[in-house]
Structure formats: structure tokens, C-alpha cells
Design a protein around this ligand. Structure first.
Ligand SMILES: [Zn+2]
Length: 316
């Protein structure tokens, strides 16, 4: 399927793809980042990006792919590339508290590394709750912000550059990161090396097999990230983790923007009451939708939610 771009009403996401055209000068033909074969089918194109599916393992990815050098030019710009610090904190703080609670249900407390930690907001919340925190990010400005404003221990560079000791971390988190990594296997091998024997890895990414992705097709917002390079499914994320010696222990999908706390209680209880008095049907509708989303979207029905939370441990 090739899109007739003249008839598309561009979303903000597509504007990122257009914006990066002048930076992504070197598009390189690549082997499948999961199984390394060169047997793929073309799914569709958005502007200059071709989305393909590997005929061997099923991975959906961009091919040809922007060069690592060009990608770094965008990634090194960090947060300011797409939002302000204030807007980021406002948007993420409740989500990160929710993620941290999910981590603590599995692993209590200990030494945690957040990869792609940006300004360190998640790590700050974790430290406030008793974790020993480490971070890594390729953006100089974001890393400086994390050090200056939160006094965090954050490395500027990739996980391979950081050279952490063997078996060092109880938990490693990758929130909305793995889809940006063009060569995920070396990164995940390093994750495995620095995880403790009983350590846990958490990955959050989009699910290309989700109901939303299938319904929206080429219009699925996740395809339009501009620097989203690989689109995992429950099957392909399990395969890639298996290759590096990690085993999925839980895979849950959900719709992250529709959390109960954010939609209803995030506004504060008095406001919920006022809203209820003013417009009970609106509040009840919101609660019903939220409860439905949160109850239906689970590890029993991985095809539903477009966000996929993967929990994995070392095989040995
Ligand atoms: Zn493949």
C-alpha cells in the first residue's frame, strides 16, 4: 500500500518525519535487526521512510534506516526537540509513578538503571522512594539537567559506552526507548550482562499487533514518531529477548494515556466532586471508559492495548 500523501491531513507526528528529512541524509539498507536475514515485504511508505516486515521472523521495521550518526544528531537534542521541561513533567509524572509502582510489585527496592532517562524524572521519583539510582542518555542537555536539578548519577552516552560492572543492577528500565534503537541486539546483550542474576528488565513500547495499530493501519500514531525504527509485537519482542538470553516472565498491554488516576482522580477529589455535580454523565462516562480500558486490557488479551509492558529476567 502506498499512500496518496496529498490527501492526508498531516498530524503532528507526520511533521516530525518531514522535519528530519534534511537530517536523515544517509538512509542505509539493513538486514533484519532481529534475525539478520534480508527477506522482507514492503508494507507502506510515509514520505521517504519505507516500512517493511521480515518474512523470516515477522519483525516490522524501517528499511532503509537512517544512519546511526544521523540518528544521534536528533537524539542528542533531547527533550527540547519535542516539548518543554514543564510540559514533559506534567505529562509524565503520573505515568512514571504508575510505572514505578509496577516495578516495585515485582522487585521491591534496590539498584535501578533507567536507560534513555532524559532529564531523570523517573529516577528522581525512584530515589524519593528509596531506590539507588543510575541513568544513561545520549542527550548532553538532558543529562546536565538531571545532574544540575536532581543531583542524579547519570551517564551521557549509550549503555555500551557506560561500561557498568557485571551483574550490577536489580532492575533496568527502558520506557519508550527500544523502538528508537536501530541495532537492539548489542544493546540488549549489554543489558543482560549488567543485570544481576535475579535482576529484572522492564520494557515499554508500542505493539504493532494491537487492535489500535491494526484499525488505524498507516495512520497509527506510533508509526509517525519520526525516529521510531522498529515496531515490536508480543511475538517479536519475546524472540529478540530470547536471542540475548533473556526470558519474558510477563507481557501486559494497556492504553497508557487512559489511566484511572490521570482521567478521574488526577484532578483532585474536590474537583471530581464538582465536575460530578456539574456534569455527572461526563464523569460517569469517563470512569466507565477508564475502568473498561484498564480491566479489559491485560496479559490475557495482548492484542488489545497499543502499549506493551514487558517484564523479563535472565535465563541464567
Ligand atoms: Zn527477521
Amino acid at each position: 500500500m502506498l499512500l496518496d500523501l496529498k490527501n492526508i491531513k498531516y498530524t503532528d507526528n507526520l511533521s516530525f518525519i518531514r522535519k528530519y528529512r534534511c537530517i536523515f541524509k544517509n538512509l542505509e539498507h539493513i538486514s533484519c535487526p532481529l534475525c539478520q536475514t534480508n527477506n522482507f515485504e514492503h508494507l507502506f511508505s510515509i514520505e521517504y521512510l519505507n516500512f517493511v516486515r521480515c518474512n523470516t521472523c515477522g519483525l516490522v521495521y524501517i528499511n532503509p534506516c537512517p544512519s546511526a550518526e544521523d540518528l544521534l544528531k536528533v537524539y542528542s537534542r533531547g527533550l527540547k526537540e519535542w516539548t518543554t521541561v514543564e510540559a514533559y513533567i506534567h505529562r509524565k509524572i503520573d505515568l512514571f509513578k504508575d510505572y514505578l509502582t509496577k516495578v516495585e510489585v515485582v522487585k521491591g527496592k534496590g539498584r535501578i538503571l533507567d536507560l534513555g532517562c532524559s532529564i531523570g524524572l523517573f529516577l528522581k521519583l525512584a530515589r524519593d522512594r528509596g531506590w539507588e539510582t543510575y541513568g544513561a542518555d545520549v542527550s548532553y542537555e538532558d543529562v546536565e539537567y538531571a545532574k544540575r536539578n536532581y543531583n542524579l548519577n547519570v551517564f551521557k552516552g549509550t549503555i555500551q559506552d557506560a561500561n557498568y560492572p557485571n551483574g550490577f543492577f536489580d532492575v533496568i528500565t527502558m520506557w519508550d526507548l527500544i523502538e528508537h534503537i536501530s541495532a537492539p541486539i548489542p544493546c540488549l546483550k549489554e543489558v543482560k550482562r549488567i543485570l544481576k542474576k535475579k535482576g529484572i528488565l522492564f520494557i515499554l513500547t508500542g505493539s504493532v499487533e494491537s487492535r489500535q495499530a491494526k484499525q488505524k493501519g498507516v495512520y497509527w500514531p506510533f508509526f509517525g514518531g519520526g525516529t521510531h525504527l522498529i515496531f515490536y509485537s508480543p511475538q517479536t519482542i519475546k524472540k529478540i529477548l530470547d536471542i540475548v538470553g533473556l526470558k519474558v516472565i510477563k507481557l501486559t498491554t494497556y492504553r497508557k494515556s487512559q489511566g484511572l488516576s490521570k482521567n478521574v482522580f488526577g484532578y483532585g477529589f474536590p474537583k471530581v466532586v464538582m465536575n460530578f455535580i456539574g456534569s455527572p454523565s461526563k464523569v460517569l462516562g469517563l470512569m466507565k471508559k477508564t475502568i473498561r480500558d484498564n480491566l479489559l486490557v491485560s496479559n490475557l488479551r495482548p492484542e488489545i492495548g497499543s502499549s506493551m509492558l514487558v517484564t523479563a529476567k535472565r535465563k541464567e
